[in-house]
Design a protein around this ligand. Structure first.
Ligand code: KG4
Ligand code: ZN
Length: 324
């Protein structure tokens, strides 16, 4: 089946075509306009999606050597995410599906992330523990099989990507803050400041990053340390916290494969520390770690294949919500 996927949950405008579980073409436009505001501005994000979706769709069709009439179904992210952004994508997708008289399939963004690893690792077999770490989410999942997941824990306040972004902003660095802090940390002393490792001694698989961010703000205000040392020590605290819960979950559920996805999975210090452990850790390729429409179209095809879908265009967006 030939499926056109559309992803607009935050500040990436993505369109992709998937057929027989292979991505035939795809394009992701990261909205750089938000950089100057130091974070995503929701209304601007919605407008940018609306502005670029038609041309990106034409490009993706051309790259796959296809025409609109070749598309057999549309898949679109309907949550969780920024309401306006989601509605821009859904409105476009519904209009297209109606005009082409083809079915439309709503896809949960988090479920798509959980399965994105299969796009280029079809050999992988569940169970595994999936650590989803992005600007909006920090979640630990036990993936028992495709379509069978259990949320083990998540952040109670800020996402870990948000901790990087807000920490960077406090040090007058650019957005997104993760790569900026990583870069600054290269020449810093990671052991100089003993930032808290929040919640690592409790029995849950939840996280909390807002206190850590407050510690960084205090440190910056005290003016006793240089930013390189603050960045290195702060990054170390975030990385240690993530690894602690990730490995505990793998041990508790006797799962020997761990997967990390989301933008924070790019962090080199996180990867280095995990490589030093005797664990099998798999990273989807970077284009599937960050937001993309490939994973939306890919999951939709699996759902259709497994008859896990009710074709019904009577759905709308939700900003928060779990996989159903
Ligand atoms: O998954 P993503 O591209 O977008 C969503 O949030 O959905 O993740 C973006 C997040 C941002 O918070 C960014 O600062 C963080 O991922 N990030 C990183 C790195 N690259 C991106 N965090 C730490 N180290 C990095 N190298
Ligand atoms: Zn995402």
């Amino acid at each position: 089946m030939i499926i056109l996927g559309i992803e607009t949950s935050c500040d990436e405008t993505g369109v992709a075509i998937c057929s027989d579980f292979k991505i035939l073409s795809s394009y992701t436009k990261t909205q750089s306009i938000h950089q100057k505001y130091g974070g995503v501005v929701p209304e601007i994000a919605s407008r940018e999606h609306e502005k670029y979706l038609p041309n990106i769709t034409n490009k993706v069709l051309n790259d796959a050597n296809m025409r609109f009439k070749d598309i057999e179904a549309i898949a679109v992210t309907n949550g969780p995410g920024l309401m306006g952004s989601l509605l821009s994508g859904i409105s476009f997708a519904k209009g297209l599906a109606q005009a082409l008289d083809i079915p439309i399939i709503p896809i949960n963004h988090l479920e798509a992330h959980l399965n994105s690893v299969f796009i280029d690792h079809s050999e992988l077999e569940a169970p595994f523990i999936n650590l989803l770490v992005s600007g909006g989410h920090t979640q630990l999942w036990l993936v028992k099989s495709m379509f069978n997941y259990e949320l083990l824990g998540e952040t109670l306040d800020d996402a870990c990507g948000e901790a990087f972004d807000k920490g960077a902003k406090k040090m007058n660095l650019n957005y997104p803050g993760g790569p900026e802090i990583e870069n600054l940390a290269k020449n810093g002393n990671k052991d100089l400041i003993n930032f808290p490792r929040p919640m690592i001694n409790d029995n849950s698989f939840n996280f909390s990053f807002s206190g850590l961010k407050t510690s960084l703000i205090n440190c910056v205000n005290e003016d006793n340390y240089n930013f390189q040392d603050i960045a290195a020590s702060y990054q170390e605290a975030i990385v240690d916290t993530l690894i602690n819960k990730f490995i505990k979950a793998m041990d508790k559920f006797s799962v020997d494969s761990g997967i990390i996805c989301g933008g924070v999975a790019a962090n080199k210090r996180l990867r280095k520390k995990l490589s030093e452990l005797d664990k099998k850790i798999i990273y989807p390729s970077m284009k599937y770690c960050t937001d993309n429409a490939d994973m939306i179209a890919f999951l939709a095809e699996h759902k259709i294949n497994n008859k896990k879908i009710n074709f019904d265009n009577d759905f709308s967006a939700y900003s928060r919500g779990m996989i159903t």
